[in-house]
Design a protein. Sequence first.
Length: 66
Amino acid sequence: MLVPGTAVQLTLRPARRPLRVEGVIAWVEPENRHLPQESLITHGLQFTGLDWALARTLGALLMEIG
């Protein structure tokens, strides 16, 4: 189970090259909350340690995947 405040490292693998980002879990839906089945997002991530170049690259990646 994810806990708010937990530090995480993610490697995103777009077509160009892997992109490693760090963050902390910002929020988590309670397990007992009944969400619609199509609601796949049950937690949020706050990115940490982003410099300008990494933030720009991440923004471009998010624009690509819509």
